[in-house]
Design a protein. Sequence first.
Length: 241
Amino acid sequence: MLLLMPPDWQCHTEAQEISRAQNEIAVVPDFHKRILFSDEAHFWLNGYVNKQNCRIWSEANPQVYVETPLHPEKLTVWCTLWAGAIIGPYFFKNDEGHNVTVNGDRCRAMITNFFIPELNNHEVQELLFQQDGATCHTARATIDLLKGTFGDRLISRFGPVNWPPRSCDLTPLDYFLWGYVKSLVYADKPQTRDHLEDNIRFVIADIRPQMLEKVIENWSSRLDYIRASRGSPMPEIIFKM
């Protein structure tokens, strides 16, 4: 399978930041294979209404109107992946099963009740954990919670190793996982949240470690391209999977 990567535009300071961060964590053996990359994504439920199933019989105009939401329903999904496996998906929703906004409290609840227990089920040590600069991720309470597990192996804004800001498409979730999953989960046109959620779980569970290893190798090559570009537009990159 071929993945066509869109051009990346990286500023000079960001290229320096990436190089500095890589130098800081390069002391860890096979560091690129030992980073837990994390991110959230929205999956929209794009259903449709069959108008042939909606008929009104009346001698007078009944002045009927139908309220519809401004946007279709969505699921907010969190995952973390490394060269060995994927932890997730985790769905941010309330007790009624409705999607909720990710805030600091919900992020910390996910880390405490889902992520850390799942991580403990894997026989791995000395993994580094990466997250972007979203406010819910970088609140002081969240950073303290993550430091309690990862110590100086936390790659994050306000963490021991900084993650470059505005780093579009720099994590495997951005340039691989979310696009790959979305290309498959809508094939049977899910009409309910539960159906869409089941599809997301199935597609992610079906991703094999061999594919993840190749994705991480591509990530390491991607860093080399970014550092070499030093602020210039990067060419399109085709990665073989």
